[in-house]
Design a protein around this ligand. Sequence first.
Ligand code: ZN
Length: 183
Amino acid sequence: MITQKKCSKCGVVKPIEEFWKNKHGKDGHLNHCIICSKKYYEEHKNEINQRYKRYYDEHKNEYKQSHKQYREKHKDEIKKQKKRYREEYKDEIKQCKKQYREKHKDEIKKQAKRYHKEHRSELNQRHKQYYRTLVKKLDDIYILQRLGLKKSQTPKELIETKRLQLQIKRYMKEVTAWPLLPN
Ligand SMILES: [Zn+2]
């Protein structure tokens, strides 16, 4: 393995670490040293960027396609990675969200207010529907409401008993609504 080489631009012999790695280079490195490479980039920045951009535009669909394929092929891995990241940085993410909320408190409030105002009838409708399903299911929330108690202060048995009572009531109502059978 070589430890140094001569820059083909400035002609100075330099340690190999002062050349950027490049898999197309003969020895796995560029022939220009980093300083000369940077200088070249600075001098031809616009041209180089344009070339890259043009190349990207021409191959955009291929890029997108291969990116999509990659995502599909590694779906589970990506999902796991994201999950791991969320778990690892749980506190930081929480902190970040909190900071954002505090910083934009007024905006968020205003936005929520505006949203409610604009979607009032829709929200009311949805709330009514939600409540109806709670009633129909004899959900704990509804039963607690009927009892006028909070969940934390109500034993499970009481909820069950109240539910049974309401069921019986409903049943009786249904039965008395049946037409009388002829003798
Ligand atoms: Zn050089």
